[in-house]
Ligand binder design. Structure first.
Ligand SMILES: NC(=O)C1=CN([C@@H]2O[C@H](COP(=O)(O)OP(=O)(O)OC[C@H]3O[C@@H](n4cnc5c(N)ncnc54)[C@H](O)[C@@H]3O)[C@@H](O)[C@H]2O)C=CC1
Ligand SMILES: O=C(CO)COP(=O)(O)O
Length: 334
């Protein structure tokens, strides 16, 4: 059994810490918020992020980055994309030996267009970098925390690190596949949030299953178009990290991205919707990144472009839907 540190005490970090503790690993969670850390240690709950869930009593939590870094050589990075560089750079200052980084976040950095494994690679000195992997797939924390059957993929440029991640996480309710397409898994996990925001919007407006199925299907087409230009294997988008995650995020009541979109569809402004959520809605920043990436790679992404206008240019949602429906005639085969 291994010592493992989970960086991030939000819903996903907490649910995954429980999975690892179920596998008898010695888990230390690190976070900045004193209240949450005390609550995890004393009450074995995390009421802000995962209501009504009991956290395994063997899990300890700390606000000390030093303790967190020295606890183990296996790090699970479970903070929002926006915080990845800061956390990784701080770890880099303290670490004194090789560490394996398994990140579970879903986003792309606007402006640089970097994937999370690339941000980690840039932030960690090569002498401290024992390998980087991503864990991604259809997996809401709320269901993993109550041990409902869940399947995910892990990917790394280093096959051994992917297999290590698979071994660490695999339980009878959390099934982990390896996948050799790091780019595809990271792009699929990031871009599905854009489509989930759009699905929330159409549900919020009051449209039905036809609209949602259209978004999932045509959303997958534009995710695949961009992903392939970025170097992904198109088949990855038919797997857990692609269509699997797209389905769960567009259809689940647990999805933060769907919920945010749903409020927008009902008439809230982006600021109002984000204010209402007390958890990260990754799709907002990812829409900005993907909108610019689509231009850079000269890829047509009509759903992403329409959502960009709604989120950042005050474009009415009803007009956004109309634009999508009234685009020039196309063949589905292209
Ligand atoms: N919640 C879920 O079901 C799933 C989430 N993810 C991904 O995991 C990542 C984290 O998501 P959640 O746990 O849902 O987020 P969350 O909003 O529940 O929690 C985020 C955590 O990160 C911490 N944090 C934020 N900025 C920080 C900083 N600068 N330094 C240190 N800590 C910081 C917060 O205090 C909080 O503990 C996201 O990229 C999300 O897309 C992936 C799969 C499932
Ligand atoms: O990635 C997720 C499920 O696989 C979580 O999605 P949300 O952030 O929209 O809740």
């Amino acid at each position: 059994m291994s010592n493992i540190t989970v960086f991030g005490t939000g819903s996903w970090g907490t649910a995954l810490a429980n999975v690892l503790a179920d596998n008898q690993h010695d888990v230390l969670m690190w976070g900045k918020t004193e209240n949450t850390i005390n609550e995890i240690n004393k009450e074995h709950t995390n009421s802000k992020y995962l209501k009504e869930i009991t956290i395994n009593e063997n899990i300890k939590a700390s606000t000390s980055l030093k303790d967190a870094v020295h606890h183990s050589s296996i790090f699970i990075i479970a903070v929002p994309t926006k915080a990845i560089r800061e956390v990784a750079e701080n770890i880099n200052q303290i670490a004194d030996g090789k560490k394996v980084f398994i990140h579970v976040s879903k986003g792309i950095e606007p402006v640089t267009f970097k994937r999370i494994s690339e941000m980690l690679d840039e932030s960690i000195d090569s002498k401290l970098n024992g390998g980087i992997a991503v864990l991604s797939g259809p997996s809401h924390a709320e269901e993993v925390a109550i041990k409902h059957p869940t399947t995910v993929s892990v990917s790394s440029e280093n096959e051994e690190v992917a297999r290590l991640a698979q071994d660490l996480f695999m339980t009878d309710y959390f099934r982990v596949y390896t996948n050799n397409d790091l780019i595809g898994i990271e792009i699929g996990g990031a871009l599905k949030n854009i489509i989930a925001l759009a699905a929330g919007i159409t549900d919020g407006i009051g449209y039905g299953d036809n609209a949602k199925a259209a978004l999932i299907t045509r959303g997958l087409a534009e995710i695949t178009r961009l992903g392939v230009k970025m170097g992904a294997d198109p088949m990855t988008f038919l797997g857990l990290g692609g269509i699997g995650d797209l389905i769960v995020t567009c259809t689940s009541v647990h999805s933060r991205n769907w919920k945010c979109g749903n409020m927008l569809g009902k008439g809230a402004t982006l600021d109002e919707a984000l204010e209402e959520m007390n958890m990260v809605v990754e799709g907002v920043r990812t829409t900005e990144a993907a909108y610019n990436l689509a231009k850079e790679y000269d890829v047509e992404m009509p759903i992403t472009s329409g959502l960009y206008r709604v989120l950042f240019e005050d474009y009415p949602v009803s007009e956004g839907v109309k634009d999508l429906m009234e685009r020039d005639k196309k063949s589905e085969n292209i």
